[in-house]
Structures are given as C-alpha cells and as structure tokens.
Design a protein around this ligand. Structure first.
Ligand code: FE2
Ligand code: FE2
Length: 343
C-alpha cells in the first residue's frame, strides 16, 4: 500500500515537473549508461547494380532544371529514414551528370568531397578553380566553398559524394546559398595549383586552396607503398591516407579519406574503433566481416562499418588486388578526445 502511494507520488512529481519543462534523472532507471559505445547505425552494404539502376532511371525523369542535384542517397536502415543518412556523421550518395548538363553553383555549411567513379572530362569548379574529373580523382569542396559541376564531355559522369551533412545537421548548422550565376567563372585550373604546391610550401608562401588529388598521383603513391612489406598495416593492408598538404592534418576537418590495397588472397586482422567508416569498392572483389555478419563486395559496392564493431577484410581473388576508398569520421572523434581503438 505504502509502495503504491510512493509510485503515485513519483508519477505526480514527474507530471508536475514535465509541465515546467523539468525531468528527473530517476526516469532513466537503475541501468545507467552503457559500458561501451553504442550505435543504431547498422552494418550495411549497397550493391552497385541497385545504385546504378536508380541513377539511370533518375536520369530519365529528373532534370537539373527542377532539381538542384541528381543524387541518389544511401540510407542506413538503423537511422531515421526521413533524413536519409548512411551514418550518424557522414553521408554517402552518388551523383549523375549527363553530357551537356550543369549542376548550378551553390555553397553550404556541410563540407563535401567527390570521388570519381566513372567518366572523364566533366569538371567541378571550386571557388573559381577548375578541377577536371577522371576516374579515381578526389575533389574537395570544404564548407562554404562555391561549387558547380559541368559536363561538357560526351560521356555521362558518375561520382561518389561524401558529406558531413549528418554531423552538421546534429549541430543545427545547415545552411545553403545560391551563387548569383548558374556557373562560376574559371580563374585557374587545379593542375596549376598542384604544380605550384611544392614551391609554395618550400618557400613558406600561402597557397590558394588545394582541392584536387589526381588518381595518377594517388595510385603511384599507393604502388610505392606496396614495395615494402613493412608498410602493410595488419588491420588495413596497404593504406594511404589523403593528408591536407597545407596543414598536414586530415583530408578535411571532419572527414579522413583513404585508399587501401589488399593484395590477392590478403586477409587482415580483426580490430575495432570508435570511428565509423564508409567504404567504396574501387577495384576488385572481397569480403568484410562486421560483427557477426559477412558482407561480400565487388567493384562499385559501398558498405558501412559502424563504430565499435569488430571487423576484418579479405580479398576473395587469388589473382587480382582489391582497392577500397574510404571516409572516416575519426578527425571529429580525435578532436573531441573520443577516439579509441583496440584489437
Ligand atoms: Fe553542394
Ligand atoms: Fe578499421
């Protein structure tokens, strides 16, 4: 009887407090906080065939005159579908620009990057800098940089977009602005900026923004790495991070990009970390064990390894290498002193 009265008293207290926008900590129960980081982001794989078919169909029915971008977003089943995010921090989507099309110039607080999947000759203009796109190129559009995409070539262009959209959304900082013209005027090429980079750094001169990593440079650095077996990471194979050449820090403030090469038949060891990683298969075929589930992948597929899940990769080919492009939120966790890793 006394207990019932007590429960009623607590319910009454809770109700009265709720009316005053107050809440008792006792409502969380006796379990307290989890002993390990927890996420609702689920391990997930998206097949290239499904993404590609959706892009093709969008190409038939979506015009760049009535949509800002022709983009297909990858959605994690563990997150709120209304927001259509692949993870809680980084978004991955794919964009399709047909010959003769232009995706208008704008800028926004979410930072973005492009990894080119297919096509040659279209370009992204970032703050007046023309970045001509080829398969395997990585192009950055950091927060609040003006950017537009034009395809003056005869081939369709497809690329991967990575954005810190979910993180910026969680921080309530999303905003977008349109440029006064549909396209920006081109002031210089990214090739010029890349050529100046070495001498500018040597002379300590400030350099115009660096936005473009050419695949030819990435690939030669990756191949050079494979010449030394000591360079092989036991969890990631031969892994090359895209560093910001000006700060020597992560690719962007919020996203670290990398490419990793798994030689034929290679198997990595299991580890886990508090960062979440999105992978895109650039070459080859393999599998990644994530927690209890194994995901078989091949060229064009994308998958998510959520935070604190045990994971390991293997190359399923006995003759061909596999190359994965990845985006991680590790820079954010490191800045907040929340990054942990264990094996
Ligand atoms: Fe954009
Ligand atoms: Fe990992």
């Amino acid at each position: 009887m006394k207990q019932a009265a007590s429960a009623d008293s607590v319910a009454l207290l809770d109700r009265d407090m709720a009316e005053k926008n107050l809440s008792g900590y006792w409502r969380l129960g006796m379990e307290g906080l989890p002993s390990e980081p927890m996420t609702s982001v689920e391990p997930c794989l998206w097949k290239w065939g499904d993404v590609h078919e959706s892009l093709q169909r969008a190409g038939e029915v979506i015009s760049l005159e009535n949509s800002e971008r022709r983009v297909v977003r990858l959605v994690n089943p563990g997150l709120d579908h209304k927001r259509a995010f692949a993870t809680h921090t980084i978004q991955i989507s794919f964009q399709y620009v047909k010959p003769g099309e232009n995706a208008r110039a704008h800028r926004h607080t979410p930072a973005a990057l492009r990894f080119v999947v297919q096509g040659k000759g279209a370009y992204t203009t970032v703050n007046g800098q023309q970045c001509v796109m080829e398969s395997g190129d990585l192009i950055l559009t950091p927060k609040l940089t003006w950017h537009d995409h034009s395809n003056d070539s005869k081939e369709p262009m497809l690329w991967l977009d990575g954005l810190d959209f979910p993180l910026v959304t969680a921080l309530h900082q999303v905003m977008q602005e349109r440029y006064s013209e549909r396209r920006q005027a081109i002031e210089k090429s990214s090739e010029e900026v890349m050529n100046q980079l070495g001498s500018s750094i040597r002379h300590g001169l400030p350099l115009a923004d660096f936005f473009h990593y050419k695949w030819r440079d990435t690939e030669s650095a990756l191949r050079a790495l494979t010449n030394s077996s000591a360079a092989r990471d036991r969890f990631d194979g031969f892994l090359l991070e895209y560093r910001n050449p000006l700060t020597k820090g992560p690719t962007m403030t919020t996203i670290q990009c990398a490419v990793q090469l798994l030689p034929a038949n290679d198997e990595t060891e299991t580890h886990r970390h508090t960062s979440t990683v999105i992978y895109h298969v650039f070459r080859g075929k393999g599998a990644t064990q994530i927690g209890e589930r194994r995901f078989d992948w091949e060229q064009g597929d994308s998958f998510v390894v959520p935070l604190w899940y045990d994971h390991r990769h293997l190359n399923r080919s006995s003759s061909d290498e596999a190359i994965l492009f990845s985006m991680s939120d590790a820079p954010v966790l490191k800045a907040l002193e929340l990054y942990r890793e264990e094996s």
